[in-house]
Design a protein around this ligand. Structure first.
Ligand SMILES: [Zn+2]
Ligand SMILES: [Zn+2]
Length: 416
């Protein structure tokens, strides 16, 4: 008699959703199937490495490495100047920290720099990314407005454009239709894409991104329509004026530290998600994509570096598996959920997670090596079954038992 695990594993089948979720990959759901039915290949969810939700699109679009990008010199020189001024700001703060009072900027300006960087960082990770792009949780109006304001402070273009670019990045990852196609290497995916004319495929496929939720959001469209004025007030003037008004900081110090230095720190943290987290790291959840798990980026970008997970399960509000460290954004969302200000956080059940990592992972997941960092998230539907999907070896063994049983059955039929 076959062990119960055999039956359990084979009664799940992956059903790619017929509806495009608008954010890139199609969400897989798992349906129980009648175990008395003939078991055929497509029902064996954990063995087929061939299926990745966007594989066809990637093959179709691909990356033309011979394509010559046209440099936009105005942007290139602008970014260079921005970085030089930002480095001067960092130097001034460093001088104060190293040489003490009387050198560099005012001490309060450094604390203010940290607070502003944190808040505008949350505007990006918790706001533009997890809330607006992926709709991975819901929030009370004041939280949404605060996130919109913090996002404006970061100065990374209006939400509408930020979200469209990011949805496009998920939908056509690592192809010419991805605005920061990491197949073109570190520099292009980090910042080179902002200094070159868009690839025609970026334009072509960008218009196909579903932005209806954003278009129906009056707050988002207000920010889009008045972005230039809002930028001048919230990115440039207010951050610079406050230290001058409150603790007599000089104009030049306030400008270099709270505008330029903050700007380059924040941009490079955000850009690292597109570059570093698509190049250097492991792929426990899906080995067929470029995005990786990066501790470095997670520390820098508030938990956004667990990027192989995020591209595999983009709807998960944690952008990482439960229990992964360095996920500041998730802690803040969880805290706000505890006090009832955010709700309906989307996650991934343990059953779906394990099935997926066995099917497409590179084998580096900690659970395959006997380490368990976290408690499994129970799947309400398959709670009692999830314990059977434990590791690859067990899976392979149970599958071979199943196949042997099928062979025996067929032999029996033949011999009759
Ligand atoms: Zn990415
Ligand atoms: Zn994302």
């Amino acid at each position: 008699m076959a062990p119960p695990a055999t039956e359990t594993l084979l009664i799940h089948r992956a059903v790619p959703s017929t509806e495009d979720d608008g954010y890139g990959k199609k969400e897989e759901t798992f349906e129980p199937i009648d175990s008395t039915k003939t078991v055929d290949d497509k029902f064996v969810i954990a063995t087929s490495d061939a299926i990745t939700p966007n594989e066809n699109i990637i093959a179709e679009i691909g990356t033309d490495m011979n394509f010559k990008r046209e440099i936009v010199w105005f942007n290139a020189i602008g970014f260079l100047a921005l970085h030089l001024a930002g480095l001067a700001g960092l130097y001034i703060m460093g001088e104060r920290l190293v040489d003490g009072v009387g050198h560099g900027c005012n001490g309060q300006t450094i604390a203010y720099f940290v607070v502003l960087t944190f808040l505008s960082g949350m505007g990006i990770t918790m706001g533009a990314h997890r809330f607006f792009t992926h709709r991975s949780y819901k929030a009370k109006l004041w939280v949404k407005v605060a996130l919109l304001l913090f996002h404006t402070m970061a100065g990374q273009n209006c939400l509408y454009i930020w979200v469209r670019d990011h949805r496009q990045h998920h939908k056509y990852s690592d192809t010419d239709a991805d605005p920061h196609n990491a197949t073109r290497g570190f520099f292009f995916s980090h910042c080179g894409w902002l200094m070159s004319k868009k690839h025609p495929k970026v334009k072509e496929y960008g218009s196909k991104i579903d932005m209806s939720d954003m278009e129906n959001d009056a707050w988002v469209m207000f920010q889009k329509d008045y972005y230039k004025s809002l930028y001048i007030v919230f990115t440039l003037v207010l951050p610079t004026a406050m230290p001058m008004y409150l603790w007599d900081e000089t104009l030049i110090n306030a400008f270099l530290c709270t505008f330029f230095a903050r700007y380059i720190v924040q941009l490079n943290f955000t850009w690292s998600v597109n570059s570093v987290a698509h190049i250097w790291g492991n792929k426990p959840y899906d080995k067929n994509i470029l995005s990786v798990e990066s501790v470095f980026v997670s520390i820098m970008a508030g938990g956004e570096g667990w990027h192989n997970y995020h591209h595999t399960f983009p709807w998960d509000y944690r952008t990482a598996e439960l229990g992964m460290p360095f996920n500041l954004t998730t802690h803040i969302i969880d805290f706000l959920a505890k006090i009832g200000q955010v709700y309906e956080r989307k996650t991934v059940s343990d059953t779906v997670l394990r099935a997926r990592l066995l099917r497409t992972g590179d084998g580096s997941h900690h659970s395959l090596h006997g380490h368990h960092h976290s408690e499994p998230v129970p799947d309400p539907e398959f709670a009692d079954l999830s314990k059977y999907i434990v590791d690859k070896k067990q899976l392979e063994e149970s599958l071979s038992t199943k196949n042997a049983n099928l062979d025996n059955n067929q032999n029996e039929i033949k011999s009759k």
